[in-house]
Design a binder for this molecule. Structure first.
Ligand SMILES: *[C@@H]1O[C@H](CO)[C@@H](O)[C@H](O)[C@H]1NC(C)=O
Ligand SMILES: *[C@@H]1O[C@H](CO)[C@@H](O)[C@H](O)[C@H]1NC(C)=O
Ligand SMILES: *[C@@H]1O[C@H](CO)[C@@H](O)[C@H](O)[C@H]1NC(C)=O
Ligand SMILES: *[C@@H]1O[C@H](CO)[C@@H](O)[C@H](O)[C@H]1NC(C)=O
Ligand SMILES: *[C@@H]1O[C@H](CO)[C@@H](O)[C@H](O)[C@H]1NC(C)=O
Length: 430
């Protein structure tokens, strides 16, 4: 008994000792910190503004782009909105491979293929939010302003190869060559020649998808899209008497203009296929057979401006389906105020937000839309989304599905190249 007591007493004493030592140490540390603070104060307080400057300089010096930023410059990006997005993504992925930052490229506001002088260069940040892009794509790719370049003459020009003999492998070898450290001495690598859309493709679909995800429209354009969407929903609630907030709409990207029809007939001949072109009749019939649409449905017809000239595009739809286009919504004036590129960007956004999307699997515009819509679904945990019972279904009207409807359509993110899924393809993985 006593022995145990004694042990306890000893233990208790030891505890007290330990505690005292602890307190002493704590006090010492506090005193030390206090003295340190005093020293610091005496050193820096007399010129308190200098502290701020000192800190700012330190932050600036820590920015990686101040020390070792290297850049990639690419030719002006041209053609349709979505060809430009693909070209931009390809330029980004190239810069990533070269371990460089992409210098903010010029996009083209107008849709000209041959007349180079009429392309109307427009800065990337007039269409897409520059800061958002870099924050969303942080750690993957980065875009810089030309003002970040320290020495403009420290540059090497690289000619992209072309022609039949310039194979995928040779192109890749060239990229590997220029990612070597020998070229670190050059602050900027400037690629000259073909626009990036025509460069060889070395990246999987998932890499492109990552870049597209970071492309957010600037506020002015996204507000215009808001307005279009709310007008469509208002039209829908008038015609279908569903309350404004829930009025769903189906967006249909109709490619039936004359120049597309000529182009797609040629494609059909060349590829020996019959499922690229769809007439207006085929589209209306397939849309009429989509299972699961409500009896009263609003259809937004995303059509080329030339088709807005006559109203026939609004006729011939199934009873209970209420088609509407920009002209009928009274939006032609708003659209007219903008260049081709901005108009396309607004239309794209409106189709992206639609509850159901129906497009042509051979169109780049439709393909990128489905890619982004599929990505939205994946984020919500839907991995296989072919059919009507999903949140953001998409369809290809040029391909026949069940019951005479259009084929459900979803992007396959496992594909190893963008070409396989995104343009000139009837692979809809459903
Ligand atoms: C760091 O870069 C910024 C612009 O990006 C520039 O204003 C600043 O002068 C640079 N600082 C140094 C130390 O190079
Ligand atoms: C990429 O560049 C950064 C600085 O620009 C450098 O620190 C890093 O080592 C480079 N990585 C490769 C794989 O070359
Ligand atoms: C800029 O780069 C060129 C070419 O590398 C070099 O000759 C020149 O000295 C550099 N200028 C400065 C100010 O570093
Ligand atoms: C085109 O395809 C059809 C079957 O789809 C085939 O019978 C025909 O021989 C093909 N023509 C050519 C020129 O390949
Ligand atoms: C078109 O732009 C002009 C000037 O930029 C502006 O005054 C006008 O309100 C705009 N029209 C529409 C319908 O937005």
């Amino acid at each position: 008994m006593d022995l145990i007591k004694l042990k306890h007493v000893k233990l208790f004493k030891w505890h007290v000792k330990f505690f005292k030592w602890h307190v002493n140490a704590l006090v010492s540390i506090c005193v030390f910190l206090f003295i340190l603070a005093l020293i610091f104060r005496s050193l820096f307080l007399p010129a308190s503004s200098a502290v701020g400057r000192f800190k700012n300089n330190e932050i600036e010096l820590l920015k990686p782009w101040n020390v070792s930023m290297k850049f990639l410059e690419v030719p002006q990006i041209v053609w349709g909105l979505n060809n430009q997005k693909i070209a931009f993504a390809r330029a980004c992925l190239t810069s990533r491979m070269l371990n460089r930052t992409l210098l903010m490229p010029s996009l083209s506001a107008s849709l000209f293929y041959k007349e180079i002088d009429r392309l109307q260069p427009i800065s990337f940040d007039k269409v897409f939010n520059f800061e958002r892009f870099n924050s969303l794509c942080d750690g993957f790719v980065r875009v810089s302003r030309y003002s970040d370049v320290r020495n403009e003459s420290n540059l090497i020009e690289v000619q992209k190869g072309s022609g039949r003999r310039w194979t995928l492998e040779r192109d890749l070898d060239q990229l590997k060559e220029f990612s070597k450290q020998d070229y670190d001495a050059y602050e900027t690598i400037r690629v000259v020649g073909k626009n990036p859309f025509l460069w060889h493709d070395h990246w999987p679909v998932s890499d492109y998808a990552k870049v597209f995800e970071c492309l957010v429209l600037v506020d002015e354009i996204s507000k215009e899209a808001d307005e279009v969407v709310s007008k469509i929903r208002a039209f829908g609630s008038e015609t279908t008497s569903v309350s404004l907030y829930q009025t769903p709409y189906v967006a249909i990207h109709m490619r039936i203009e004359k120049d597309w029809m000529i182009h797609c007939k040629k494609r059909e001949q060349r590829l020996n296929m019959s499922s690229i072109c769809s007439s207006k009749e085929e589209i209306t019939t397939r849309v009429a057979n989509i299972q699961g649409l409500k009896p009263q449905t609003t259809l937004y017809l995303a059509v080329a401006n030339e088709l807005l000239e006559d109203d026939s595009v609004l006729n011939g739809w199934k009873q209970g389906m209420h088609p509407v286009d920009k002209k009928q919504l009274g939006l032609t004036e708003i659209y007219k105020n903008h260049s081709y590129l901005i108009q396309a960007a607004i239309d794209y956004e409106v189709c992206l937000r639609a509850d159901v999307f129906v497009g042509n699997s051979f169109s780049t515009f439709s393909s990128l839309l489905v890619l982004e819509r599929s990505q939205k679904m994946l984020k919500m945990g839907v991995s296989h989304a072919c059919g009507t019972d999903v949140r953001w279904p998409s369809y290809a009207y040029n391909l026949k599905g069940e019951n005479g409807g259009p084929r459900p359509w979803m992007t396959n993110f496992m594909d190893s190249s963008l070409e396989a899924i995104s343009y000139g393809s009837n692979n809809v993985s459903c």
